[in-house]
Design a protein around this ligand. Structure first.
Ligand SMILES: Cc1cc2nc3c(=O)[nH]c(=O)nc-3n(C[C@H](O)[C@H](O)[C@H](O)COP(=O)(O)OP(=O)(O)OC[C@H]3O[C@@H](n4cnc5c(N)ncnc54)[C@H](O)[C@@H]3O)c2cc1C
Length: 415
């Protein structure tokens, strides 16, 4: 399948896998990537945050993104259960940099752009090939077993295996490393609409987060290019997915419980059958072991409220690539060496996790918090922008803890 022995085998060609593969191949190592889909297809996760720019810059993709037809995004706006909208949080307010303009993307096109970028960087990409298992010699990963397009099983040795299989989380499931977040047991139902009402000018591409009237669920509204809007609801697993009614009916019922959204969708046409994702918050106990490393959703996924999934995929891909290159050069492929990037990364995840818990605390809202603590506005926008890696945003959590129940940090790896 690959003409020469591999230094690194990446399983999965989403944002995490493409980033890790690109940055290792650029340093001259032999990298192979297996992606189970033959063609790019729909994926949820369409809203980016400003600090994805830093990785795009490193990957040399900023120019392509700027020239793309992806909808530009400058801000996020929150609507309370009474239907009242906050002032938009413009990213340029605290960070007047070109990264303050980010994008709302169709993931099929966005993931293809990153994967093609990886090929241009020398990664050997095989599409339509599913990794079935990771091969271990003792506790050391030594390659993978995959099903070739012909249907034949093939074994591919590699010095390092990167698990970038997303929520499939091949290695973490096999090793029993996944820890779930009982407090964040949610379900999401989502679809696309054409012809919804959009805001004007700079606000056209804003992500809107709207709580339902009952306050037990929230919607995202993500305007995409071509007059299409992505709309999804997130709520408690037991309530939104409870007994009775199919997903479409539940989706429509939830929309009726959110008047500002209903008003935006009046006259719009639903152009995709609803899709469902559930129980999606978890984290692996370890990020790396001998010969293996986890990136993106294959390591952890936190509730989608702040659109952080792709950022975390890119950043872990980037960090893993640096650790792998260092480990290959030093001849040290231990878990400690391959997971050396985890410190800053996990600190950033912890900041997001605290913000997620604050959002779901019924006694907390950002308007009251910022009124009482105006000095925290910069920190809040930093977090909404994804500026959480080594940025000192932790200072907002002392005051926040006075108004919301925040989680204790878990041991490293399980955040
Ligand atoms: C409801 C919901 C809403 C979300 N909204 C947002 C948002 O607005 N913004 C945001 O940034 N994030 C969002 N996310 C999160 C985002 O979708 C993910 O965090 C992101 O896609 C992770 O990237 P990844 O590369 O780790 O995994 P993925 O994007 O899932 O990529 C994994 C790749 O691996 C391939 N693969 C899987 N198994 C195998 C195998 N065995 N062999 C070979 N290939 C395999 C898959 O085909 C896929 O291409 C959302 C998530 C959910 C559940």
């Amino acid at each position: 399948m690959f003409p020469e022995p591999l230094d690194v085998l990446v399983a999965g060609g989403g944002p995490a896998g493409s980033t890790a593969a690109s940055l290792v191949a650029r340093r001259g190592y032999r990298v192979g990537l297996l992606e189970r889909e033959r063609r790019p297809r729909f994926k949820v996760g369409e809203s980016l945050v400003p600090h994805t720019w830093d990785t795009f810059d490193r990957l040399g993709l900023v120019g392509r993104l700027k020239r793309s037809h992806f909808q530009k995004k400058h801000s996020v706006q929150f609507f309370s259960s009474s239907g009242r909208g906050s002032a938009p949080f413009y990213f340029s307010e605290t960070d007047p940099h070109e990264r303050s303009t980010t994008w709302q993307v169709r993931r099929s096109e966005f993931d293809a752009l990153l994967l093609e970028g990886a090929e241009e960087n020398g990664v050997r990409v095989q599409r339509g090939v599913q990794v079935q298992d990771v091969l271990f010699d003792g506790d050391r990963a030594v390659g993978v077993r995959a099903r070739a397009r012909s249907g034949a099983a093939v074994e591919i040795p590699a010095r390092v295996v990167v698990d970038a299989t997303g929520r499939r989380a091949l290695i973490a499931r096999r090793l029993g490393l996944l820890v779930s977040e009982p407090y964040l047991r949610k379900v999401s139902i989502f679809s696309h609409f054409r012809g919804a009402r959009r805001d004007d000018g700079k606000d056209e591409g804003a992500t809107l987060i709207l709580r339902t009237r009952r306050g037990d669920a929230w919607f995202w509204v993500i305007p995409l290019a071509g007059d299409v809007v992505s709309v999804g609801v997130v709520g408690e697993l037991d309530r939104l997915a409870g007994p009775g009614g199919d997903a479409q009916t539940r989706f429509e019922m939830a929309i009726r419980d959110c008047p500002p959204l209903e008003e935006r969708l009046a006259g719009a046409e639903q152009v995709m059958p609803v899709r469902v994702a559930q129980d999606f918050s978890y984290c692996a106990e370890r990020i790396a072991g001998p010969g293996w490393v986890l990136v993106g959703d294959a390591f952890a996924f936190l509730d989608p409220i702040y659109s952080t999934g792709v950022l975390l995929a890119l950043r872990s891909g980037e960090g893993a690539a640096d650790s792998i290159c260092h480990g290959l050069a030093a001849g040290d492929l231990s878990g400690e060496a391959l997971g050396a990037f985890a410190g800053d990364f996990i600190a950033g995840m912890r900041a997001f996790r605290k913000m997620v818990y604050a959002f779901y605390d019924r006694d907390f809202n950002f308007a009251d918090f910022l009124k009482a603590n105006p000095e925290c506005r910069q920190g809040v926008i930093d977090i909404l922008s994804g500026n959480v890696f080594g940025s000192g945003v932790e200072s907002i959590f002392g005051p926040m803890e006075q108004m919301a129940r925040l989680p204790a940090d878990r041991s490293v790896g399980a955040v």
